[in-house]
Design a protein around this ligand. Structure first.
Ligand SMILES: *Cc1c(COP(=O)(O)O)cnc(C)c1O
Length: 424
């Protein structure tokens, strides 16, 4: 190991605290985390000079590949002007342009206002607070609770966490936060009295953290109908599904659904900088006009950060210039073929779940039983795949494969080959 690498690992293990990480193991003897130092396209390099395909798009963020010249140039251009200015009391050209571009994906008079924040969790927080305050200001204060779906994931700040349906993450904080009821299906939702519900929150088409589990086709449209009939707002968490991952620019477009709130983050900047957006309707926006105390008193220091906006605009340009969405079906099909081959070759592959360019590969024992959770079998396979030049993380024993949308057919084959060898 190079001297630098050793020094960086020692420094990390002495001082850093990682997300979702069992730190005792992270800092344990013999654990040598990769130090990632460079990226280009779908590839990342570690400090020892080895390269890996970025199999989970750097935790579901990267869209057009790393160090894309157009996105880098846009950030550098803005950096030459100013890195950050306050959105509280001022505006800047790129925020105005980005808000216009985002609303432009939806029909006139639907989603027409954009509130910027920093990450997926804050995009959700913002939608929840707007939803509650809207009810207070329209004479419906009793509608102050939310419905979310079992096994859903909406982020880790307190309000977002209270929506969370994954017991191992959220159970201990359950009693703090918003009143939330969880349902597993549309049938369960229909049994519920809607009178106290402000909004329903869902990850459309596919639940990410729930081991990449797609919803039944048509379910989102049914949910929209139920919300309309029940006077409930539909809050879509497209933090993972947004920006082409499912094959459409936004997952809701697959079922012609327009939500009352749309939360965007991860891929918004192409995966380059933290920036998020909560889009909402003119009707909701209007309820915040009038007396001063009706304003939305919410915000973050880096709201609408200009570097983030520059990256986001450049990413939208790349979608057009590189015809990212038009080129995706061929890649999605190649991924499906590769995954099917993997399943036919390896009895440990229990189920393949794919939605657009997002795939989950669930591993189980050949008799169909799950592995004991303590065995960390999924993690072991990902470690083995790393040796063959693929980086990804499992969710329990489901391997995630969702490289940047710019990944080529040959690179998809490389990822499948790495998994094949790892499973072997
Ligand atoms: C990642 C994610 C979040 C949280 O976003 P952060 O940027 O990590 O706060 C929320 N919802 C979904 C569906 C996500 O995948």
């Amino acid at each position: 190991m190079r001297e630098d690498t050793r020094r960086w690992i020692d420094g990390d293990q002495a001082r850093c605290w990682h997300p979702f990480t069992r730190q005792a193991e992270w800092c344990g003897r013999g654990h040598e985390p990769l130090v990632l130092v460079r990226g280009e396209g779908s590839w990342l390099w570690d400090s020892e000079g080895r390269r890996y395909l970025d199999g989970n798009s750097s935790i579901w963020t990267n869209i057009h590949g790393h160090a894309h010249p157009a996105i880098n140039a846009a950030i550098q251009d803005q950096l030459g002007k100013v890195a950050h200015t306050s959105f509280l009391g001022f505006t800047h050209p790129l925020a105005a342009e980005l808000a216009e571009r985002l609303c432009g994906f939806f029909p006139e008079k639907t989603l027409e206002r954009v509130f910027f924040s920093d990450d997926g969790s804050t995009a959700i927080e913002c939608a929840l607070k707007m939803a509650v305050q809207y009810r207070q200001q329209t004479g419906q204060p009793a509608r102050n609770s939310f419905v979310a779906f079992s096994n859903g994931y909406h982020g880790d700040t307190l309000g977002a966490a209270s929506l969370g349906g994954v017991g191992r993450f959220f159970e201990r904080f359950r009693s703090i936060g918003y009143p939330v009821r969880h349902v597993g299906s549309m049938d369960e939702l229909r049994e519920m009295s809607a009178e106290t519900i402000a909004g329903v929150v869902i990850e459309p088409l596919i639940q990410g953290v729930n081991e990449m589990r797609p919803w039944p086709a048509g379910m989102l449209a049914e949910l929209r109908q139920w919300c309309d009939a029940s006077g409930v707002h539909l809050i879509l968490d497209e933090v993972m599904t947004g920006f082409g991952r499912t094959g459409e620019m936004f997952a809701c477009q697959r079922e012609d659904v327009i939500p009352d709130f749309l939360c965007l983050a991860k891929g918004l900047t192409g995966g380059y900088l933290p920036l998020a957006a909560t889009l909402t309707t003119g009707k909701i926006y209007d309820a915040f006009l009038g007396a001063a105390d009706r304003a939305f008193y919410y915000g973050h220091s880096y709201t609408a950060n200009p570097l983030g906006c520059a990256a986001a605009l450049a990413s939208l340009d790349v979608f057009e210039r590189e015809k990212t969405l038009a080129r995706l079906p061929e890649k999605t099909a190649r991924l499906a073929t590769g995954l099917a081959a993997l399943k036919s070759r390896h009895p440990l592959v229990h189920e393949i779940r794919q939605c657009g360019f997002i795939a989950g590969i669930e591993l189980r024992r050949p008799d169909g039983e799950k592995f004991p959770p303590g065995e960390l079998f999924g993690e072991a396979i990902c470690l083995a795949a790393r040796v063959h030049g693929l980086l990804t993380r499992p969710i329990l024993d489901t391997l995630v494969l969702m490289p940047p949308l710019s990944t080529s057919l040959e690179e998809i084959d490389h990822a499948i080959r790495a998994l094949d060898l790892a499973l072997g």
